[in-house]
Ligand binder design. Structure first.
Ligand SMILES: Nc1nc2c(ncn2[C@@H]2O[C@H](COP(=O)(O)OP(=O)(O)OP(=O)(O)O)[C@@H](O)[C@H]2O)c(=O)[nH]1
Ligand SMILES: [Mg+2]
Length: 318
């Protein structure tokens, strides 16, 4: 085989605290909204894989939930479990840092990273903030050295540092170039089609509805919401989608529906626009709201919604 036909193939996982821009970076790399982005922390709840196919090879990126201290168990424990699973077996780890963070807040992440068995690149995101808030960046250099020392001699040694602004598409191409250089040679992990994620359309659609809940509901309410696609009739025109929004309490149901059904209509309209853009077809979206008490803490209810806590790791409060 001549050198030019040898292709790269690898798995890169994106980790970091909530809201640092992991999902924004995945979307910037794939030039499509694969993973939902909102201004609120802890938006991403599951691993989301994005597949980048190029002439030089294939990189599979895994977006993960933001690492926070999972004291509460339940859905929070599930999110941390998703991070831990993603750190098992990648070829490289991208550790994203938001300048607005600080050393103490990053410590929990370093503890997770020590368990990874792949080298690490620190990615300082939101570099566009340097002009407005240069003082925010002061802690980072020292933190990088702390990480370098802590990880020395382990499998997750620090390979390099990169500075980007994912939301502004600054430094993303250069980062991808560096990643390809560090990927092993090999056969692609997924078929080389133009499909950008291995997640089924149903999942992406439910995430787009969840995004609207994050965008349009008050501060804490989105964290009590989950979405289930009840039916998805692809053969009908327009495509008929029926989705259930679960909340934890009766009072929350009223807040999601809003006075005269105004809020749910607004959520539905926003979701419909995005889903139609994704599918390239008109849809009919029927949204309903139901109370599922304790779904964020009881493992059986979480499981019904696709958030499966593995045995022995149950974080359920009751
Ligand atoms: N100024 C600026 N904002 C950014 C940049 N990248 C992402 N953001 C914003 O940061 C916020 C969080 O972005 P996400 O991509 O959802 O962050 P995340 O790390 O995936 O968050 P979780 O899923 O909650 O862990 C959004 O409001 C983004 O628009 C950037 O380069 N510059
Ligand atoms: Mg995210």
């Amino acid at each position: 085989m001549s050198e030019s036909t040898v292709k790269k193939s690898g798995l890169v996982v994106l980790v970091g605290r909530p809201n640092v821009g992991k999902s924004t970076l995945l979307n910037a790399i794939l030039k499509e909204e694969i993973s939902i982005v909102t201004p609120k922390a802890q938006t991403t709840r599951d691993q989301v894989r994005g597949i980048l196919n190029e002439d030089r090879g294939q990189i599979v990126f895994i977006d993960t939930p933001g690492v926070h201290r999972a004291r509460d168990g339940g859905i929070n424990a599930y999110m941390i479990q998703e991070v831990r699973k993603a750190l098992d077996g990648p070829d490289l780890v991208l550790y994203l840092i938001d300048p607005a963070s600080k050393e103490a807040a990053e410590q929990a992440l370093l503890d997770h990273l020590k368990l990874a068995d792949a080298p690490l690149v620190i990615v300082i995101n939101k570099s566009d903030q340097r002009l407005k808030h240069p003082e925010q960046f002061a802690w980072i250099e020292k933190w990088i050295e702390t990480c370098r020392t802590a990880l020395e001699g382990t499998k997750c040694r620090l390979l390099g540092v990169s500075e980007i602004a994912a939301a502004k598409d600054v430094g993303v191409t250069e980062l991808v170039d560096a990643l390809f250089r560090n990927m092993p040679e090999g056969e692609p992990l997924f078929p080389e089609t133009d499909i950008l994620t291995d997640r089924p359309t149903r999942f992406v659609v439910s995430e787009m509805i969840r995004k609207q809940l994050f965008m349009k509901l008050g501060d804490e309410l989105p964290y009590s919401c989950a979405v289930e696609i009840m039916s998805f009739k692809e053969n009908e025109k327009p495509i008929n989608i029926h989705a259930m929004i679960y909340v934890e309490r009766d009072s929350q149901k009223g807040m999601v529906i809003g006075a005269g059904g105004k809020k749910i209509k607004d959520i539905g309209m926003g979701a419909r626009k995005e889903i139609e853009a994704l599918l390239g077809e008109r849809i009919f979206l029927d949204l309903r709201v139901k109370v599922m008490e304790g779904w964020t803490s009881e493992s059986e209810k979480m499981k019904h919604l696709g958030y499966v806590l593995e045995k022995g790791k149950s974080g359920a409060r009751r």
